[in-house]
Design a protein around this ligand. Structure first.
Ligand SMILES: [Zn+2]
Length: 455
């Protein structure tokens, strides 16, 4: 009966296809949550299977487990192995990939509408029927190691221990005790741990299935029979997110290479919680700061081509940062510009007309920012927490609700703290290299002259 109702809803209601925030969602009996969105774009469906397990569910020593399992689940479901599995997807005319993030592991499929059930079957077979063994695990470890930047050398470990060569944001997160100090190891991860992960977390009541596009009328009934047959199970309790209690240096220089005149400047500030519309407030402030940085660092002073602001989350804490790629010689003046900008915003607040213009632009953008089945499916994936009673909450409304007073209060709090400065640059500048080469040449000349005089 529900299937019939859904069909009517999906196929006979054109308004449903037009309103992107209205999405038919329901749980299967085993707890797997399904989101179906028919669209006017024919011939294609975008599928996202979101499994609620990611890096944040594991300690530093086991952090790579979900990523390793993600790779292993593409390693083959029969004797034809990985190549055979990939060939099956090719035969369906589709493509697939997967991503492990902090809070989820997501399988991303793009397939012709005619083969949507076959593609979902193949995905299900990969999740359930992939038999793990030592050879496959070793191969997957090699791939993940390459993705993580190759072999973790003793030199790199030493540099990490000295806090001198990480990316700026990551470096701050490590200092504050919010991120792991060393690269997560792969070698100790065992087959038993991987099997356990699959048993614990790859359960239907820990999954969301999103299908967007030219939906097959038989899809709801098919899902009941296939994905609906997975047995539900208890999910392990979530790990506490790192609180971060440690102190970080106010400023620090980091090396990102051996030689060069380039540098990047990062001013990171803890992002305070500003109550209702917190997310929308900070999104608008990011637009505002982007515009200020562009004007001051690029248009007025030509110090940086594409300065940017950024929001990042580590453990339980959020940060807002101002960033710029520069010439090394311009670091001091760029820092002065950033500090002056922060002081001005702290003292005087935002320019009301500029804030209003950027706010209206952000609202207008909501009408065209998400286009096509794949972008829509990605949007739902990233907004799962905002889905209630058949609707995703409206980001345009949230942006509209932010008042100038609220934005001013947030920016005052933000720049009321000194924050942390991180500078990435190569070990030696070109002029330092010439200086060293010059000194060496002088030394050689002096030695030669000395020998001649002796001779
Ligand atoms: Zn990977």
């Amino acid at each position: 009966m529900r299937t019939l109702l859904l069909l009517c809803l999906l196929l006979l209601n054109p308004a449903l296809a037009e309103d992107r925030l209205q999405v038919e969602g329901y749980p299967l009996q085993n707890g797997l949550h399904v989101l179906l969105k028919p669209t006017a774009e024919r011939g294609h469906v975008a599928i996202r299977l979101v499994v609620g397990v990611g890096f944040e569910h594991f300690s530093c020593a086991a952090k790579e487990l979900p990523h390793l399992l993600e790779h292993l689940l593409f390693s083959g479901i029969d004797a034809s192995g990985e190549a055979g599995l990939e060939a099956r997807m090719q035969a369906l005319g589709g493509e697939w990939n997967a991503y492990t993030r902090d809070s989820d592991t997501t399988y991303v499929l793009e397939v012709p509408a005619a083969n949507q059930r076959a593609a979902l079957d193949l995905l299900l077979a990969s999740l359930l029927n992939t038999e793990l063994d030592a050879r496959k695990v070793a191969a997957a470890k090699r791939v993940v190691e390459r993705e993580n930047g190759g072999h973790y050398s003793n030199l790199q470990r030493l540099l990490d221990q000295q806090n001198v060569s990480r990316e700026a944001h990551q470096q701050l997160a490590v200092e504050l005790g919010l991120a792991c100090a060393e690269r997560a190891p792969l070698a100790p991860l065992s087959l038993t741990q991987l099997e356990q992960l699959r048993r614990d977390w790859y359960v239907p009541n820990n999954m969301n299935l999103i299908v967007v596009g030219d939906l097959d009328p038989l899809l709801p009934a098919y899902l009941d029979r296939s994905y609906g047959a997975l047995p539900a199970a208890d999910i392990p309790p979530p790990r506490e997110l790192a609180e971060g209690t440690e102190q970080a240096a106010a400023r620090r220089s980091l090396f990102n290479g051996l030689l060069g005149d380039n540098a990047s400047l990062h001013w990171l500030l803890p992002e305070p919680w500003v109550g209702e519309h917190d997310h929308a407030t900070w999104e608008l402030l990011r637009d505002y700061l982007d515009w200020q940085l562009y004007q001051e660092l690029r248009l007025q002073r030509s110090l940086s081509y594409g300065p940017w602001s950024e929001r990042s989350v580590y453990g339980s804490r959020s940060f807002f940062s101002l960033n710029a790629e520069l010439e090394r010689a311009d670091l001091t003046v760029a820092e002065q510009v950033l500090r002056a900008l922060g002081q001005r915003l702290h003292d005087n607040g935002l320019d009301a007309a500029t804030f209003q213009r950027l706010q209206q632009a952000a609202i207008a953008k909501q009408r065209w920012a998400v286009q096509g089945n794949s972008a829509l499916a990605d949007y739902y994936w990233n907004a799962l927490g905002d889905y209630h009673n058949g609707r995703f909450s409206d980001p345009a409304k949230a942006l509209q609700a932010v008042s100038l007073e609220q934005a001013n209060s947030a920016v005052r709090q933000l720049f009321g703290a000194p924050g942390y400065l991180r500078i990435e640059q190569p070990l030696l500048s070109m002029s330092a290299l010439y200086g060293l080469a010059g000194s060496a040449a002088l030394l050689i000349l002096a030695l030669l002259a000395w020998r001649r005089r002796k001779g």
